[in-house]
Design a protein around this ligand. Structure first.
Ligand code: NAP
Length: 277
């Protein structure tokens, strides 16, 4: 029987996940379909019970459900619990297990697209929201030497650092302080929404003090190249956009559901084609 996988979010009409996963199922001859459902926060509990009742094999959850879904599940992977967010759920014979593939997906995309070993690197994370949490802990697990976090609200950056008990050097600072010290870092990562459509003229911080050859990564993928990434390219940085993170988080979810790792280049091509339209 054909299996069903789903996305729960609010809104979901813009999501590229159905396109990406349905193509992978078809390409890999897996009898399954992926469908996006608009689920209002007040209906999340019923929707999750519906997953159990209907035997939906697995799902993704996106904004605004990534934290709210946690108490509704039967078990949470320790890494997802530490991040405090779930984006992937596997239905194991009626038991719903929650995972987070956003952070690991980001890190895998960074390593494979930019050909960089994160171990020993000095990294600046800009932003301290939901996406930053997964990215920060995944960078810690990869053995980065230093991971500083700057944020408009510095207390949120400090709180994230305080939650981490691993032996990594981390400091919280303001956006202005980070701008001054940009030359100290090997990798700069924008995890804020600054520069995203329709606010495409904005940049999270100035790159005036960045050194040439720095890796500059922006997790935004709409537009495909933010003003900040364009500026980084002009200053001879190695740049990466957010498509890789999106595709790899999806590929890791797909692997958790099916046991098979999909063709990420094919997924990337499909997503890019759609975004260019
Ligand atoms: P979030 O939890 O709402 O966090 C937003 C972050 O952006 C916070 O650090 C916030 O600072 C900062 N911010 C927002 N507006 C700002 C402004 N005008 N000036 C300075 N800082 C500002 O959102 P999120 O879920 O982490 O998502 C952040 C971005 O990542 C979005 O653009 C989203 O599309 C993208 N994303 C991409 C992927 C992917 O697969 N590529 C996955 C997830 C998210 P404060 O703490 O001060 O409010």
């Amino acid at each position: 029987m054909e299996k069903l996988y789903a996305l729960f979010g609010c809104p979901v009409h813009h999501s590229l996940s159905p396109l990406m996963h349905n193509d992978a199922f078809q390409h890999m001859n897996i009898a399954a379909r992926y469908h996006a459902f608009h689920v209002e926060p007040k209906h999340l509990k019923d929707a999750i019970n519906g997953v159990r009742a209907l035997g939906i094999s697995g799902l993704n959850v996106t904004i605004p459900h990534k934290t709210a879904v946690i108490p509704l599940l039967d078990d949470i992977d320790p890494a997802a619990r530490r991040i405090g967010a779930v984006n992937t759920i596997v239905n194991e014979n009626g038991r719903l297990i929650g995972y987070n593939t956003d952070g690991p997906g980001y890190v895998q995309a960074l390593e494979e697209e930019v050909h960089i070993d994160i171990k020993g690197k000095r990294i600046l994370v800009i932003g301290a929201g939901g996406a930053a949490r997964g990215i920060y802990f995944s960078l810690v697990d990869k053995g980065a030497k230093q991971i500083d976090i700057c944020n408009r609200t510095v207390s949120k950056a400090k709180q994230l650092i305080d939650e981490c008990d691993a032996a990594v050097s981390s400091a919280a600072c303001s956006l202005n302080e980070a701008e001054e010290r940009l030359g100290e870092y090997d990798i700069l990562i924008n995890t804020t929404s600054v520069g995203m459509y329709p606010h495409m003229k904005e940049m999270p911080l100035s790159l005036a003090n960045m050194k040439e050859g720095t890796v500059v990564s922006d997790i935004i993928y709409n537009p495909l190249e933010t003003k900040w990434l364009k500026e980084a390219r002009r200053r001879k940085a190695i740049v990466q956009n957010g498509v890789g993170m999106f595709v790899y988080q999806g590929a890791l979810a797909f692997e958790k559901w099916t046991g098979a790792f999909p063709d990420v280049e094919r997924m990337k091509k499909i997503v890019m084609e759609q975004l260019r339209r």
